[in-house]
Design a protein around this ligand. Sequence first.
Ligand code: CTP
Ligand code: MG
Length: 234
Amino acid sequence: MITRIGAIVPAAGRGERLGAGRPKALVEIEGAPILVHTVRAIRSVPEIGRLVILVEPEAVERARQVLAPELRGGPEWQCAGGGADRQESVWRGLQILGGAVDVAVVHDAARPLVSPALIAECARVAAERGAAIAAVPVTDTVKELDAEGCVVQTLDRTRLWCAQTPQAFRFALLQRAHERALREGWRATDDAALVERDGVRVWVVLGERANLKITAPEDLAWAAWWLRSRRDLR
Ligand code: CTP
Ligand code: MG
């Protein structure tokens, strides 16, 4: 059987920490909005047949205009308004995808440097095993602090990994976890946390250090440099 794969791109954040005065997804790096770089990576994965992008409700029209030329001849796509937080934006994406796919890959708009190969690998492992996320080993030593800012303990780094997106799941399994989260009031900053809490094993695929989440202004310069060097290599 052919696995039908869909992608959900939460892009409805306000980008408070970036402080650009407009939605982070529409801030440009190397001549194109962050969201366009992200969508180009997804479009380069031929297995992805459907794509749902969630943006701030007021930015839906603008985003559609920006995305249309990028997605011509590509997957079936929709752009809709996101929710008040990331979890709600993904939930809306799930409802739009409905039962049309077997595997859903969630990838943050704020990670435009992801490689198509990493997206494809997460989807492949999720189709096989149920749930797969990209993550990289922690390189700093991690401390737990008390409320006063004093170290309580040093954690064992060898077992700590930083979760990224892409995060891919069999559709039914992700939908069930989100439904349960709604019922039971769980809040999480990634989808895997909900799926884990629902009792499902989540497999880790080695992520990419370059797959940085654009968060603060200095990340823009780094991302621009990376995109330029990647272009020069081709
Ligand atoms: N996101 C979303 N809907 C929200 C909030 C966040 O779709 N209501 C998305 C963001 O657009 C981003 C991803 O979730 O692609 C990760 O969020 P984050 O990096 O925190 O982005 P922002 O929320 O935009 O940034 P900040 O927290 O600095 O405001
Ligand atoms: Mg945020």
